[in-house]
Design a protein around this ligand. Structure first.
Ligand SMILES: [Zn+2]
Ligand SMILES: [Zn+2]
Length: 143
């Protein structure tokens, strides 16, 4: 079931974001850039096109780091990771942890860039795992 008008905010509250409509799908990314920016694998939601995402407060407080073809946005006041945005595809992915309502109902369904995950941590449970070419990784469970 999709939730509507889902409100989120950064740590300091300067930036407020609303997703108009979304389910509870949460995924993580183990790539080097996400881990370096977030001190670990970022947990994300995928609200898709910019029409589904409204910056309700503090848009001018967002700093963009242009990372090749994508923009990574963070709060210039508190440093919270806000989003990953691909303008060519009109596609947003956002830090799931900004949205209390989503994380309450989260279904943790995929791990991306699994081949870049360091060995010292692993999430419990089983879910879809994709490598850096978005090919599914099948095989033995991690204990
Ligand atoms: Zn902030
Ligand atoms: Zn990543």
């Amino acid at each position: 079931m999709n939730m509507k008008d889902i409100h989120g905010h950064c740590v300091c509250g300067a930036v407020n974001i609303m997703i108009k409509e979304y389910g509870n799908f949460v995924y993580t990314c183990h790539c080097d850039t996400c881990r370096r920016m977030n001190s670990g694998p970022v947990l994300s939601v995928d609200p898709g096109p910019k029409e589904n995402v409204i910056f309700t407060r503090g848009k001018e407080k967002i700093t963009i780091y242009q990372d090749e073809e994508v923009e990574r946005g963070f709060c210039s006041v508190c440093g919270s990771t806000l989003f990953w945005h691909n303008p060519a595809d009109n596609h947003y992915c956002m830090n799931a942890e900004l949205f209390d309502e989503i994380i309450k109902n989260a279904s943790f369904e995929a791990e991306l860039f699994y081949d870049m995950k360091p060995g010292y941590y692993a999430f419990a449970g089983e879910r879809k795992k994709l490598d850096r070419s978005f090919k599914e990784i099948k095989g033995k469970k991690e204990e």
